[in-house]
Design a binder for this molecule. Structure first.
Ligand SMILES: [Zn+2]
Length: 328
């Protein structure tokens, strides 16, 4: 029986392809560089060859193929309308391109990668058992996915849940999107690095100074977290401030969506103890009492596999519901 799905995580750096079973087990993975600079055709070839490799190993066609991709998706046509991580990929009908070229017959499903990560956590991670949840993925930027009453929120153009671009400080720093004071510009790994560099430039005494002097690039969010765990004051303050900004954004999300769970993933979530207190404090201060009490704040559990699991879940759940539920 075809009880597995081929899940794809197509990012700006890597293409990851995996065999995912109906119980969430991943039994085989392939990862290769996306080589985005070599053009769309090359990336799609590489994606297809990895999918075919997994198919050949199993002899049986999968239940379907689920693809999570960094970009805005038109779900009706399975088209990537725009992608900041895949330059030049405007209006690419990826669903059709993949389906047409497969050597076997299978449905292909497309989803934005942050939504896929939210679905992965909802299915097999920290969100399991909830019906309404929010997932924030904090890395270089901040991605978001919102699940309301067991459905992914897509919006009119498939661009809902851009949670990183909520304004939390109108006077704040410029964001990549062109706005100022977005959550992403204040609470992402990039923002943490920038705050640390600013603190050092301003002459704050910190154990990070020697690291920074040797190589400014080594001043990563992780290095700053390590210093904070070792008791470095400026580093601790940076994570506390980051928690405050995050709390301001999440308080709004709690008031709007009344989620059972707010899940935080991505590399920065590993510094959980460094920002949870200030984040919680800000949420208590700003969110309404009933939804604030309801919302459980949790670190993500699926790690890098969240997107793959979510991409697989799209296929499994579409089979259950006749393809209606998650395709809007
Ligand atoms: Zn922005």
């Amino acid at each position: 029986m075809r009880n597995y799905v081929i899940a794809v995580d197509l990012g700006g750096t890597n293409i990851r392809v995996a065999l995912v079973h109906a119980d969430g087990r991943i039994t085989r993975r392939i990862s290769r560089p996306s080589l985005v600079r070599e053009g769309k055709a090359r990336v799609i070839d590489s994606l297809l060859s990895a999918v075919e490799e997994l198919y050949q190993e199993n002899y049986e066609a999968p239940q379907g193929i689920g693809i999570g991709v960094a970009g805005a998706i038109d779900l009706k046509t399975g088209t990537i309308t725009q992608s900041p991580n895949l330059p030049g990929w405007d209006d690419v009908p990826l669903q059709k391109l993949v389906k047409e070229r497969l050597s076997f017959s299978a449905e292909v499903f497309l989803e934005n990668d942050a939504n896929a990560a939210a679905l992965g956590e909802y299915w097999k991670g920290a969100g399991a058992g909830s019906t309404t949840m929010i997932c924030l993925t904090i890395g270089t930027g901040i991605g978001g996915g919102v699940i309301v009453n067991d459905m992914v929120l897509h919006g009119a153009d498939g661009m809902a849940s851009e949670l990183g671009h909520i304004t939390v400080d109108p006077q704040g720093p410029r964001c990549n999107c062109g706005n100022t004071g977005c959550l992403e510009a204040l609470a992402s790994a990039t923002a943490i690095q920038k705050s640390a560099a600013d603190a050092l430039r301003a002459g704050h005494r910190s154990s990070l100074k020697s690291l920074w002097n040797r190589d400014p690039d080594s001043l990563t969010a992780k290095a700053i977290a390590d210093a904070a765990y070792d008791g470095d004051d400026p580093a601790r303050r940076i994570y506390q401030d980051m928690g405050t900004w995050l709390g301001i954004g999440i308080a709004t999300l709690i008031n709007v969506f009344n989620p059972e769970k707010v899940i935080i993933g991505g590399q920065v979530s590993k510094a959980w103890e460094l920002f949870i207190e200030s984040m919680q404090e800000e949420i208590s201060r700003r969110a309404l009492r009933v939804p604030a009490r309801r919302a459980e704040l949790l670190p993500a559990r699926c790690g890098d596999d969240a997107g793959l699991l979510g991409a697989a879940y799209m296929v499994f759940s579409a089979k259950e519901t006749g393809g209606k539920e998650l395709r809007g």
